[in-house]
Every structure is written in structure tokens, then in C-alpha cells.
Design a protein around this ligand. Structure first.
Ligand code: ZN
Length: 292
């Protein structure tokens, strides 16, 4: 059931868990994530990126998510979100298309410019009651195995977070507290630490703004669960799902070189994504939370 993200996040706050936000790009990954949500009776956020919109078309991917949410998810709450919107134009298109949440990511420009761009998105989205996620600090796709100390200059500063939320009116905030985007860390099997003390300071500065953890693939279950004690209520997962899908696909094709039907070839990949997402719901303690 397509649901406003606000309802999912408010329930996560009330019952102390985090909502998983998973990137989907086609009917196969959408089905896999929603089947996992049904299996685990877990609320879920499905998010699409601008590159997915370029790949599939906004109307196409939106209607896939809407129909799967209605026909497969049943009473399980499913929210649709734009991940890393980079321009007002793409944000506005998703607001018009019926998303209940969008991200405007202007974290790569100076603070004041980030405030201006984010505020513009908030003013537009809030007229349609759509939530806005901003980002402060840089969750870089760092290629090197660098330490928390080396990442420190890119991290979110608590006093800036307070000013940013006040000036923009964002509903949720993506923070950089040592989390890292990207595939390199996954291929190397790296796990990484978070600066929990900093996360706590940010949360204390903006206690009414749910925080979002990007780049959570490769963060240990213990660290994830600790992060909810310091304001994280949405956890994004992207890379790990793609790897699960493609690794299973490679094995399937190697095992049966004569296979030619995409439906047979994709089945083990969809199952791999479903199993992975189900395990993430358990880690986020959202299993069973779709029932009130
Ligand atoms: Zn991200």
C-alpha cells in the first residue's frame, strides 16, 4: 500500500527502529524488495535515483512501484522517495509524479548555496505536502580505505545542522558521520566505523529532525542498531543490493550456458535481493512492524 513516508518515520520513532530505504531500478528489483517486506511484515521505503529515472523513465518506474505496492504489498506500507535529487527540476518532477518524499542533495556546494537550493525545494514540495530530505556534509564515494580522522573534514557539523534545518525547514537530514558510498568498500569486504559521538551531537542539536544514514552497506549490524539510539530513522542501502543481484546473475549464467529466458535467469537474482533485504529488515528491527 503506497503510504506517505511521514507515517513510516513516525512509527519508527514511536517504536524505536529504523526504516530501510532501498534503491530499485526495474520491475525485478521492485518485486524483490517488496516481497522481502511482505515476508518480514516490514514497512519499506523504495527509492529511485535520477539515473534510474533516465534509464526507465519517471512515469514507468513510478507506475511499477505504485502497482507493485498496491498488488503485491497489500497492507504493508510502502513509501516512494527520490534519492539524491540534484536539481530543482528533477525534484519538482517527482513531486508532481506523486512521490511522498524527495531528496535535494546540494551537499557539494558551499553551505549558503546549499541552504538556498534546499529551501527552494522545500517551498515547492511542502505545498504538496511532500517531505524533503537535505544533506549536509559529504558522504563521499571514497576509494581509499581511509580512517574516520581523514574523513573528519567532510563530516556534518552539529552547529551547521541546526542552522541548516532552521533556515531550510527540511523534514529529514542525511548526515555524514564516517559513512561512505560506493562499491569499492564492498568489493574489498570493508566494514566501517561511524563517528557515533558526532552523530549524537547532531541529534541533540536537531532532535525533531529524523536523520538518514546513507552509504550503510558494509556498516555492521551492531553499529546500525547503535545509530538508532542517536537519531537515525532511515537507513539507505543501494550498492549491496546491486552486488547481490549481479553476483547471482553471474553464477546463473555460468551454471547454465544455454539459458536464454530472462525470467528464468533473473529468478535467482531476485531471490538473492529478497533474502538480503529481509536480513536488513531484521538488522533494522523493522520486521513485524507493518502490523499495528
Ligand atoms: Zn546516498
Amino acid at each position: 500500500m503506497l503510504t506517505h513516508i511521514r507515517d513510516l518515520v513516525h512509527d519508527a520513532i514511536a517504536r524505536d527502529y529504523a526504516v530501510g530505504a532501498f534503491n530499485v531500478e526495474n520491475v525485478e528489483t521492485t518485486l524483490a524488495v517488496i516481497r522481502a517486506a511482505v515476508q518480514e511484515k516490514s514497512p519499506v521505503i523504495l527509492q529511485v535515483s535520477e539515473t534510474t529515472i533516465a534509464y526507465a523513465g519517471l512515469k514507468v518506474i513510478t507506475s511499477i512501484v505504485e502497482h507493485v505496492a498496491r498488488d503485491v504489498a497489500g497492507q504493508i506500507p510502502v513509501a516512494l522517495h527520490l534519492d539524491h535529487g540534484k536539481s530543482f527540476r528533477s525534484v519538482a518532477a517527482c513531486v508532481q509524479a506523486g512521490f511522498s518524499s524527495i531528496m535535494i542533495d546540494a551537499s557539494d556546494v558551499p553551505f549558503q548555496e546549499n541552504v538556498i537550493l534546499t529551501k527552494q525545494a522545500v517551498d515547492y514540495a511542502h505545498r504538496k505536502e511532500v517531505w524533503v530530505q537535505g544533506e549536509l556534509g559529504a558522504v563521499k564515494g571514497l576509494e581509499e580505505a581511509i580512517t574516520l580522522l581523514e574523513r573528519e573534514p567532510f563530516m556534518t557539523k552539529p552547529e551547521e545542522a541546526l542552522q541548516f534545518v532552521k533556515e531550510t525547514g527540511v523534514d529529514t537530514l542525511a548526515v555524514a558521520v564516517g559513512n561512505v558510498h560506493g562499491v569499492v568498500k564492498m568489493r574489498k569486504g570493508m566494514t566501517h566505523a561511524l563517528d557515533v559521538a558526532r552523530l549524537d551531537e547532531i541529534w541533540k542539536a536537531i532532535p525533531n529532525t529524523p536523520l538518514v544514514l546513507h552509504g550503510a552497506s558494509g556498516v555492521s549490524v551492531e553499529t546500525l542498531q547503535e545509530s538508532f539510539q542517536h537519531g537515525i530513522r532511515i537507513v539507505n542501502m543501494n550498492t549491496e543490493l546491486k552486488l547481490a543481484f549481479v553476483n547471482a546473475l553471474r553464477m546463473t549464467l555460468q551454471k547454465d550456458v544455454d539459458a536464454y529466458d530472462p525470467r528464468d535467469i533473473f529468478k535467482p537474482s531476485m531471490q538473492a535481493v529478497q533474502d538480503l533485504v529481509a536480513s536488513k529488515f531484521r538488522a533494522l528491527k523493522s520486521t513485524g512492524k507493518a502490523n499495528h
